[in-house]
Design a binder for this molecule. Structure first.
Ligand code: ZN
Length: 572
């Protein structure tokens, strides 16, 4: 079952690792109504079906990742459960037979209280067509992603058609005859257009598993708005000759973006040459860039091509361009202006046709003001800047990157790790990633190596070197109250407080009896009982518990931890 959590201070809701949105059923109904009026029934149906389809795909990815250790049947049932948790209605299995390896699938479910029918009937009364579009799309998306091949669900009975309940049936696309053509058109328009079922099924697999194809090609991976903005800009500028400047912290993947830019450009079949200006000793930068004639400097025993000449016809990527010396900057500027280079120790100029793509993690404008970077070069490079956001600002990309690197390192290290535990997912999501994607990549590689083979990666396999976590997670406690995640865990994990009557008896003797009859009472022990009682009385509300004892919340946490009543892991 998915886990719903509310992050109150920044207004976010999570279902496991996916950001969710709570909207009014009636506003969805109104949107539906307007869409039908504006675009017609078919177009509206297609749009909503595919919106549901997308949600199903995401939930299937989540189900696979989180429940990787259970049987595939149990894993599949997570779909309908999540859907129920998302508020769209309750479903009951009538029949479910599938075999992921053989690629067979038959599913039949009955829905009660589907949200879409309620809204559809409110606006359109009973009609001849089924109305649970998003839900049916969801079932198709979930099953297709889960099975790794196209599965189509159709709503064969519907409340909106006057039936007592809604009934959906799902089969592999090839197993449906012509009767499914309409539903296929709404659900998978791309597939509908492709006659050959086998070809279609390969195609849809490619479309649905961008992760695997991305591994081979080294594509950037992400779904967040800032990622999409960067990709959109990249696609737009790729076919031009414009100089592109990637901005962003270390480790955000600027080189991956640069490679993609190159691949999408007309120069895609020509060389892509990268140079990290910061890693080359200053006295060698110029010969690296422009080449050197024999004898140009000590050690130059033969003429060699610079990166510009090697990149001729293609793209030269200059990472950390802000570290170039002023003299190298001047020469770079000249190449950008004239399109020609001069090897070190050579007076001849050579024409080169190179698109320069640069990247920097420093504020070049500030470097210009300080006199460390030539202003004219800055303007030359800054024609088309693309900002790659740090990972902490694109939370939504983390799950996708986790799957991506898991597949990569499974392959590289010949491991068969199935996924991540809930604790691991939580930890990944509440960590700030100062080293960005590079750090995440390293952490997952470590996890793949440390975790038991065929098992799931747990938190301790990932974080072993004292990483600090933010403490801003919220969750629902057992009574459905929103509390800080650490408190929810504490209330759930803390063993019921066993009253230490004997200790109170000893205190009583100490206070009221004669000294010779008194048994020793340790202050430590007394404090432990007080702490436990306060937490119990306030049902895990640490701030309230602290108030009862006249201390601050951090003091309370410190004491609970030092007494072993609370653990570090409870706080993450
Ligand atoms: Zn229905």
């Amino acid at each position: 079952m998915g886990r719903l959590s509310f992050s109150l201070n920044d207004g976010r809701i999570w279902l496991d690792d996916q950001r969710m949105l709570l909207i009014h059923a009636k506003s969805l109904g109104a949107l539906r109504h307007e869409m039908i009026d504006a675009f017609g029934l078919d177009a509206a149906r297609g749009l909503l079906t595919r919106m549901g389809y997308r949600a199903g795909v995401i939930d299937a990815q989540m189900a696979r990742k989180v429940r990787s250790t259970t049987s595939s049947k149990n894993m599949f049932v997570v779909g309908p459960q999540m859907h129920c948790l998302e508020g769209v209605g309750h479903s009951e299995v009538v029949r479910l037979d599938f075999d992921v390896e053989r690629g067979t699938h038959y599913g039949e479910f009955v829905w009660t209280h589907p949200i879409e029918d309620e809204e559809h009937i409110r606006h359109f009364l009973i009609g001849a067509d089924p109305a649970c579009w998003m839900q049916t799309g969801y079932a198709s998306g979930f099953s297709t992603e889960f099975m790794g091949r196209p599965v189509l669900y159709r709503e064969v009975e519907c409340l909106s058609m006057g039936h007592p309940a809604c009934r959906i049936v799902g089969k592999v696309v090839e197993d449906w005859g012509d009767e499914a053509a309409d539903d296929l058109r709404f659900t998978m328009p791309g597939m509908f257009a492709v006659a050959d079922a086998q070809r279609a099924s390969n195609r849809i697999e490619v479309l649905l598993s961008p992760d695997e194809s991305a591994i081979a090609a080294g594509h950037p991976v992400g779904v967040s708005p800032s990622f999409n903005t960067a990709m959109q800009m990249l696609r737009r500028v790729a076919p031009t000759q414009a100089t592109v400047l990637f901005l962003g912290e270390s480790g955000v993947g600027k080189e991956v973006f640069a490679r993609t830019l190159h691949r999408l450009s007309h120069r895609g079949d020509k060389p892509f040459i990268a140079l990290n200006c910061a890693t080359i000793p200053e006295q060698l930068v110029e010969s690296e860039l422009f080449g050197a004639e024999r004898g140009a400097f000590t050690g130059a025993t033969q003429s060699r091509l610079g990166r510009f000449e090697r990149a001729d016809g293609g793209t030269l990527f200059l990472d950390e361009v802000g570290t170039l010396s002023i003299s190298a900057q001047s020469k770079l500027l000249r190449v950008l202006q004239e399109g020609e280079i001069e090897r070190l120790g050579d007076s001849q100029t050579r024409q080169v046709d190179v698109r320069v793509v640069a990247a920097t993690n420093v504020d070049l404008r500030a470097e210009v003001r300080k006199g460390n970077f030539r202003e004219d070069l800055f303007f030359r490079l800054n024609v088309f800047p693309i900002l790659i956001a740090p990972l902490r600002d694109r939370h939504e990309d983390i799950p996708l990157l986790m799957t991506h690197f898991l597949a990569r390192f499974n392959q590289r290290h010949a491991r068969r790790i199935k996924g991540f535990t809930q604790r691991a997912v939580d930890a990944m999501l509440s960590y700030d990633w100062p080293g960005n994607i590079r750090e995440l990549e390293n952490v997952i590689e470590r996890g793949v190596i440390l975790a038991a083979n065929e098992g799931a990666i747990d938190k301790q396999d990932l974080f072993t070197s004292g990483e600090r976590f933010s403490e801003q997670r919220y969750a629902l406690d057992n009574q459905g109250k929103i509390v800080r995640a650490d408190e929810a865990t504490l209330a759930r994990n803390a063993p019921p407080v066993v009253e230490d009557d004997r200790m109170f008896a000893r205190i009583d003797k100490l206070l009221h009896g004669a000294a010779e009859n008194a048994e020793p009472v340790s202050i430590e022990e007394f404090e432990t009982v007080l702490l436990k009682r306060a937490v119990e009385k306030t049902r895990g509300n640490l701030a309230a518990a602290a108030r009862l004892l006249g201390i601050t919340r951090p003091q309370m946490v410190y004491r609970l931890k030092s007494r072993g009543i609370m653990h570090d892991s409870d706080q993450n």
